[in-house]
Design a protein around this ligand. Sequence first.
Ligand code: ACO
Length: 311
Amino acid sequence: DMSAEEQAFQARIDAGVKIEAKDWMPDAYRKTLVRQISQHAHSEIVGQLPEGNWVTRAPTLKRKSILLAKIQDEAGHGLYLYGAAETLGVSRDELLEALHAGKAKYSSIFNYPTLSWADMGAIGWLVDGSAIINQIPLCRCSYGPYARAMVRVCKEESFHARQGYDIMLKLAQGTPEQKAMAQDALDRWWWPSLMMFGPSDAESVNSAQSSKWRIKLFSNDELRQRMVDQTVPQAEFLGLTIPDPDLRWNEERGQYDFGDIDWTEFQDVLKGNGPCNRERLRTRVTAWEDGAWFREALVAHADKQAAKQTA
Ligand code: ACO
């Protein structure tokens, strides 16, 4: 049963009114947003690591500067998102502590290794491509600070996806070895990219409530289908094969049918047992520890400035 306050809140959501930081909101709405926005922020931050692995080995100066710019964008996305989460009354330190303690989730996709340069192409094309499909609707979600942060994030993600597709195109049109490298990257990143959208609708515990609150405008399966339908023609243009023998156009549905996702693998990655979970977490914790002197210096500087003011 909803209280009068909750009913009024739901009525504002239903009317398409944006909820702002200082508005009254049910505790559970606040909690859901902190959960989703902080997971999203952590994903952006941890998401820098697989690509960071290739900065020193980019094939040309141009590719290297594009990759660097893209990775810096991801850091920026993480910061806007921590900022959006802070409007809900949590501190960035608390959120980072949860990440470093291994208690907070971040996207499963960033627990896979980047084995070749073609992985930079596949990540931009498939991972950032999926991120856009998931995040465009979030620009219209009910929580104002989250929705507004997503506008710029989506613009930047679309540049990321194009740079990835451009890498794939170059490799696919290159030597047979280069084309094989692109195919191998597609083979490894395809299924994990489909898992980014989360469990099937039947298994998605948060979907019903999040949809009611207009945090979710489309279901996990709807967005996953959109990703498949959008990506198959792009793979065809590259002359690459999607690693799914069950993939075929369904004339009646006007959509592609595709094979079953290995949900055991997904659950394993969520439990911390993916190929790179431990390495990713260790890298973040080390970065945090190595930055202690800098945070201390910032505080010492701020204290000095404050003392000067009162003197
Ligand atoms: N990786 C890790 N955890 C996941 C993933 C995934 N790919 N998909 C779902 N989960 C988690 C959920 O966070 C949830 O865990 P929790 O209840 O402990 O928090 C659980 O699995 C069950 O899933 P759902 O009930 O479907 O969860 P939810 O309604 O939050 O939907 C989704 C998941 C679609 C990822 C949603 O949170 C979302 O849209 N988030 C914003 C986008 C985002 O975080 N993108 C990150 C990757 S993109 C990038 O950074 C480049």
